[in-house]
Design a protein around this ligand. Sequence first.
Ligand code: SAM
Length: 290
Amino acid sequence: MTAGLKFNETLYPGVEVSYSCDEILYQEKTEHQDLVLFTNPVFGKVLMLDGVTQVTTKDEFIYHEMMSHVPILAHGSAKTVLIVGGGDCGLAEEVLKHPTVERLVQVEIDASVVDFSKEHFGDFNEGVLDDARFELVIADGMKFAAETDRRFDVVIVDSTDPHGPGEVLFSEEFYRNVHRMLTPGGVLVTQNGVPFLQKDELVTSIERFSRIFKDAAAYIAAIPTYFGGHMTLGWASDNPDLRRQAASLLEERFKAAGFETQYYTPDVHAAAFALPKFILDAVEEGRAKA
Ligand code: SAM
């Protein structure tokens, strides 16, 4: 037991979110980042990388469902999916629920994150590593994107924030390489922060998307442990219709996929693109700067 020990999230100077720690399950300074996995009485297992909350067993479903089912059901016939990051493999578990997905490649820079997630995050990544469709590549997503000649219908960047190893995954060069990797009509979705506290991150991503893709947008989800209100998921595609699918069509596709969810519904999917004014303003600001 580690009575009295607390871990503070230090992402936002001037604000600290403090988690009491019942037990430290794993701690390591890897070659890429400081990694700690601990248990908290409210959120269960909590993973922090470089002092930033990444995933908890209590609310991971919100984030993983919205980052996977929105692009895949909007696309309608995604066979090949790429995840960049996503070391806890919770996102991979959601992607693999889609029977239409024939291949899922995950490019994760830090093998340690995957290794301990196998042991400690079985609650939400069960079966991923044994799925014949799943291919894990331990590499920098930036390098993979620059060098691969493989093509994907959906690319999902489940990265850390733009500090440390994750920074390159917010660059225009990376987005250009993703654009090259996408099949016609494909879609990129990115972890794009909490705009109430990280507005510039969203503006900059939209600005860069707008220089490369025909449609640059964002959608929202409310993840309790991503402190500060709505989280935005960046959206980029050369097919502007993809994010305007009717809830009835999404309903049809969701029913055909045949799995249960705890957050995602076709109505929530359609509504997620209706942005609060201050977030829409940030998206418009990014488009205007391109
Ligand atoms: N849900 C979290 C969030 O929204 O911040 C992200 C979770 S996931 C643990 C983030 C993953 O991105 C980590 O496993 C980290 O190792 C990985 N990562 C960071 N930079 C990377 C890079 N350049 N290439 C590939 N993976 C990277």
